[in-house]
Design a protein around this ligand. Sequence first.
Ligand SMILES: [Zn+2]
Length: 361
Amino acid sequence: MTAQLPATAASGNEPWMAQQMARLAGRRGHAWLLAGPSGLGQYELALGLASAWLCDHAGPQGACGTCPSCHAISVRTHADLRVLMPETALLALGWPLGEKAQQEIDARDRKPSREIRVEALRETIEFCQRSSARGQGKVVLVYPAERMNTVSANALLKTLEEPAGDVRFLLASEAAHLLAPTVRSRCQLHTMDWPGPEMALAWLRQQGLSDHDASVLLRASGGRPQEAMRYAREGRGAALWQGLPAAVSRGDLAAFKDWTSPQLLDALYKLSHDMVLRACGAPPRFFLPGELPAPASLRALSDWSRELTRAMRSAEHPFQIGLMQEALLGQARQALSRRDASPGSATGPAAHAARPAAPVS
Ligand SMILES: [Zn+2]
């Protein structure tokens, strides 16, 4: 899902992150693309790798964490690390904005940008042309790389083709299919590891979640532990998740009053996904069967899924959040209450299989 900003729960010390660091820290290559769905820690892995490449005493497990270079990265002031991100992501992750950008935002001339701005890209190209301040090379970290517009991507491409001296690139992406193929093809690809359920649950328990909360939220997040932790931190706990299908069926707007539109869209999308699976006779993925409302018409559910996909594309527009939520819930309620018309045709798997073609997408 590209509508949301990154999860920031990963510290880089999770067992599956440590494995990937150990595999990548010593590898060569001037441009890497770390790709996978959100919540797998690509930003954290990219920052860990950048730290290792710039560290004075890097070991096989990555950066030492104590040298002046590591310290400079921890306080966000390393002269040889350039972080290229949308301004909203810089702010969310604690990186300083450029001087001019900061002034414009302070003066309320404009809002922080959700795209990677061309101005920031120009400064990055200048950075590439300067010589390294500490003599360990330079690193450009781009995240989320898919937020570069075409102009930015093409400008970066030129630098990627002729990397100036000792600069290395780390592109971290949560939707690598949105990157220009010409950018993708110039990078070595690392697909983020997906931790197995045992490892993920053990880690969630270490973070302080109960067995029950860990398993509900890991399911809610589609198996992505950092995402599950984000749910917990944002107050979207296990009980809320398990009661969500019923609250949506009731059209209970109050249950979602503190949710942002992208959060609500994400949850509704997962609900519609599971309802479609159930209508096709397959086990649900994000909810338990007992948490879901009665089977609804597959046609209505498919239409609803399509509407949600459309809404997700514009979910970051901040206007009229209340109205949007009301509309989303109304739509959800309607889809969930639609039953197939002919008597006895219900919507169970057997009944469904007996019908001719039923469009799923
Ligand atoms: Zn170090």
